[in-house]
Ligand binder design. Sequence first.
Ligand SMILES: Cc1cc2nc3c(=O)[nH]c(=O)nc-3n(C[C@H](O)[C@H](O)[C@H](O)COP(=O)(O)OP(=O)(O)OC[C@H]3O[C@@H](n4cnc5c(N)ncnc54)[C@H](O)[C@@H]3O)c2cc1C
Length: 436
Amino acid sequence: MGAASIEKKENRFIQELISPSDKLVIDAVREFVNQEIVPIRREIEESTREDFGLIEEVQRKLLSLGLQGGSLPEEYGGMGLTSALTLSIVAEELARGDASLFCAPAGEARTLRPAVLAENKDVLEHFAPRFKGDEPYIACFAMTEPSGGCDIESLDMKGVGINTHAELDGDQWVINGSKIWSVNSGIADVFCVVCNTDPELGDNGIALIYVEVPTEGFHHGGFEDKTGFLATREGEFRLENVRVPREWRAAGPGRDAELLHDNVVFSRILNGAWAIGCAQGALDEVLAFTSDRMAAGKPIRQHTIAANILADIAIGIQVGRDAYVNAAYIYDRPETYGPGYSRHMLSRSSITKVFCCDAAVKATNLAMELMGSYGYVTDYPVEKYWRDAKVIQLWEGGAQLGRLDVVRGYYDYNQFHRNELYEVIRERSQTPGADT
Ligand SMILES: Cc1cc2nc3c(=O)[nH]c(=O)nc-3n(C[C@H](O)[C@H](O)[C@H](O)COP(=O)(O)OP(=O)(O)OC[C@H]3O[C@@H](n4cnc5c(N)ncnc54)[C@H](O)[C@@H]3O)c2cc1C
């Protein structure tokens, strides 16, 4: 950097909110990002054109920090690393290096979370030793289907939209259906699959069922070709009469729906932090670039118009960080603030995701503008942060469902709300000759 930063990094968030053991994890990840990721950000992306060898090497080192199996309770050999606040700060740190590298810890946290919250001993006893082995053990939370993702996560839909069907046959679930876009699909060893036992049952039909692969009837259909997030792999897979033990359903009717909605809330908070990490990476770069690069005889950042833009970037980042820290802190305390699957928490987490993603997309875009042509080339990582921030905005409900979920915390918003006038107009528009 052309000039030393005068920002006090320890003042970015309230240090007292973090437990000493979680602080050790965060410090280790920060150090890892500075030493092992930032210097090879470009190589990591370029290597995906050939194979995923470099990424697997980096992931292996990352998971050996204790992150693999970290979200398991301590009695199962984990670290009980379930705090949304700790994982959010880890997400921000990793995204400052390469956002897609957070997908292994995030995939694990989201996949194991329903079993951990439901205290499902059968699932935890079976899978815990696998996560604690020496080899990478990869997890995937599979919700989205080819016909759409938002309808599955929407509270209003009551399971309508989940076409993956699970049926009991004796002591086994038999699962049929298709999933798409799940992070780590195609490379994962364990999946938590969002299913429906009976669409007529509404929320009671929603079932979260664990599947271990390889298994008969599980078919992977190849990987998607993406603009960003290049270090992860996502694809479609089909389940044809896949059989798993009855005990591998996370909890049971009703509770599984709560666990699904809780998982959406948890993820949206993490998404906010993830996006802020991309924006922070871009700010670090643009501060350095604009201190060296001259225009009209002085460094670009000493021009008032550039200082204004840098201020807007910094404001978005710090307010976004404050938002995700607050949302994560209250999410971690359901005994005080209510359960994670409540409308209130859905709203808070959606405020966080929508705000942080908007701020990150804007920040990376503005950083590119301040760097001129250099913002658009791969020699500098700003274009990478821009590509990565965008997908965080698009997934997990996108910018639109996210906003609808925000207002659910303020009034009884119901997308199916209609009035008598609507019905009259609809009837008239369906009468023959109405279009002529
Ligand atoms: C890189 C990547 C990784 C992903 N990882 C995972 C994963 O690990 N697991 C997983 O299950 N999925 C994953 N997804 C899928 C992602 O979560 C979905 O793409 C997302 O939920 C949106 O679903 P969709 O693309 O089907 O869009 P749609 O559901 O078709 O929505 C399209 C548009 O309509 C808007 N919209 C939706 N509902 C409403 C409504 N009621 N009213 C008004 N507007 C609405 C949306 O905001 C969006 O703008 C991933 C996607 C990507 C790109």
